[in-house]
Design a protein around this ligand. Structure first.
Ligand code: SAM
Ligand code: SF4
Length: 448
């Protein structure tokens, strides 16, 4: 029987991609996606527990769906990091919940749903899978309605930063065999994908633990050779694993976009040590220097945490100073959020909420100015834009991204989608750029 599934996703790109993987899998079992929860036979909430706020959203989402369960018996499941972390406790706490599916159990989704249907049991599956099966991804059978696609290359993390829950909810680092990754990317190219976004909690640690595998820079070289793929991006990288080979790839591989997301977390050595980050402020800055030298046009973005336990005003100033030195194109900034089971929760000198909030506001104000400055530096230049779709603001405009990952809106027709277009950047805004297509000669627009 044909059924409808509604998926609500919180958190990072890895979660977004896991939702896509679940949907692709369910499509093979007569499900179609609906954007209306009220119409769904199955509701899945794909969750994030990296900070407290997204974790709380799960419970309010479940509250919203309770009535649907009572009214029409909708099957309700929780997937992702909160599912992995809470397991059976979630079933105890939420009596109308049918399914808890952990981060390694995605390939078992259809079987678990069948168990619920046949036996009426409530099901929880949160075992870690040592075989690596959980990394397998079903290939799409028909052309995708989008020009870019995520590809998981590894999952999990061995770094155990003292604030972070990821190693506990995603498991230890595990890389996918390069042959599988390359096959998936070749297939995506045949399905019309132009840009691949390689995903993993620590992508530049790719290959660890796989006998005879290539390392991350060599994997990029192989992807660079795949016909039909025009652009390669990846996230996230750990500064400690940033090799010379990877730095060189930015200048050597024409399809590798000039952008790196390299979280620094704090500008203070004392705090970096307590965070267990395994690099210093100096070595981070030195790596940034080498990246800029190898690839002067590279855009750099990062994550930073304020209010880590023991962070003094001096430490915070060092964070601001590092930001001024690097001039990040963009920065994802967070207040430290204690996570049960991580070592930082045991540390003395937890920082007061008000101080965290004040520091975050100061930092974000400074970064807004730097981001605008970085965007203004592109004004007047011609940038290659991969057109992704119609702009949300106006159907006279299309939207896409530069190689440095900046959003550009410019007048254009929907038939430009999927093309790489040279665009003259006319105006910079805090979150995007405005431009015009280059005209070959006055009054004659280049036609695609
Ligand atoms: N692997 C990446 C790295 O090494 O930086 C980060 C992945 S983590 C899912 C994404 C970001 O969430 C981190 O870079 C960090 O800034 C933030 N984060 C993680 N745990 C946090 C916590 N307990 N409180 C606040 N922010 C946190
Ligand atoms: Fe978390 Fe990233 Fe540290 Fe791993 S490297 S523990 S994912 S912050």
């Amino acid at each position: 029987m044909h059924k409808l599934v509604y998926i609500e996703t919180y958190g990072c790109q890895m979660n977004e991609h896991d939702s896509e993987r679940m949907l692709r899998l369910l499509e093979g079992f007569h499900y179609t996606e609906t954007k209306e929860a009220s119409q769904a036979d199955l509701i899945l909430i794909n969750t994030c527990s990296v900070r407290e706020k997204p974790e709380h959203k799960v419970y309010s989402a479940l509250g919203r769906f309770r009535k649907l369960k009572e009214r029409k018996g909708t099957v309700i499941g929780v997937a992702g990091c909160v599912a992995q972390q809470e397991g059976e406790r979630l079933l105890d706490r939420v009596p109308y919940l049918d399914l808890v599916i952990g981060t390694h159990a995605i390939p078992m989704l259809a079987q678990l749903l069948e168990r619920i249907e046949v036996s009426g049991q409530r099901v929880c599956e949160t075992r870690f899978d040592r075989s690596g099966e959980y990394l397998k991804t079903l290939l799409p059978e028909k052309p995708l309605a989008k020009v870019k696609s995520y590809v998981t290359i590894m999952q999990g993390c061995d770094h155990f930063c003292s604030f972070c829950i990821v190693p506990y909810v995603r498991g230890r680092e595990r890389s996918r065999p390069s042959s599988e990754i390359l096959e998936e990317i070749r297939h995506l190219a045949e399905m019309g994908v132009k840009e691949v976004f390689l995903l993993g909690q620590n992508v530049n640690g790719y290959g660890k633990g796989l006998e005879g595998e290539v390392d991350f820079p060599s994997l990029l070289k192989r992807i660079n050779g795949i016909e039909g793929i025009e652009r390669i991006r990846f996230t996230t990288s750990h500064p400690a694993d940033l090799s010379d080979g990877l730095i060189q790839d930015f200048s050597a591989l024409e399809k590798l976009c000039e952008h790196i997301h390299l979280p620094f977390q704090s500008g203070s050595d004392r705090i970096l040590k307590a965070m267990h980050r395994s690099y210093t402020r100096e070595s981070y800055l030195e790596r940034i220097g080498r990246l800029k030298e190898a690839c002067p046009s590279i855009a750099i973005t990062a994550d930073v945490i304020v209010g880590f336990p023991g962070e003094e005003e001096e430490d915070f100033k060092e964070t601001l100073d590092l930001m001024e030195k690097v001039k990040f194109d963009d920065l994802f900034s967070f207040k430290y959020s204690p996570r049960k089971g991580t070592r930082a929760t045991q540390l003395q000198n937890q920082v007061e909420e008000k101080i965290k909030q004040d520091r975050l506001s100061i930092l974000q104000k400074i970064q807004r100015e730097i981001t605008l400055e970085r965007n203004q530096a592109v004004e007047g230049r011609v940038e290659e834009v991969l057109v992704e779709g119609l702009s949300k603001q106006s159907d006279q405009d299309v939207t896409g991204r530069t190689r440095s990952n900046k959003i550009v809106n410019f007048p254009g027709h929907v038939n430009l989608v999927g093309n790489l277009i040279p665009v003259h950047i006319t105006k910079a805004y805090p979150h995007s750029l405005r431009g015009e297509r280059i005209r070959a000669n006055a009054g004659c627009e280049i036609e695609i």
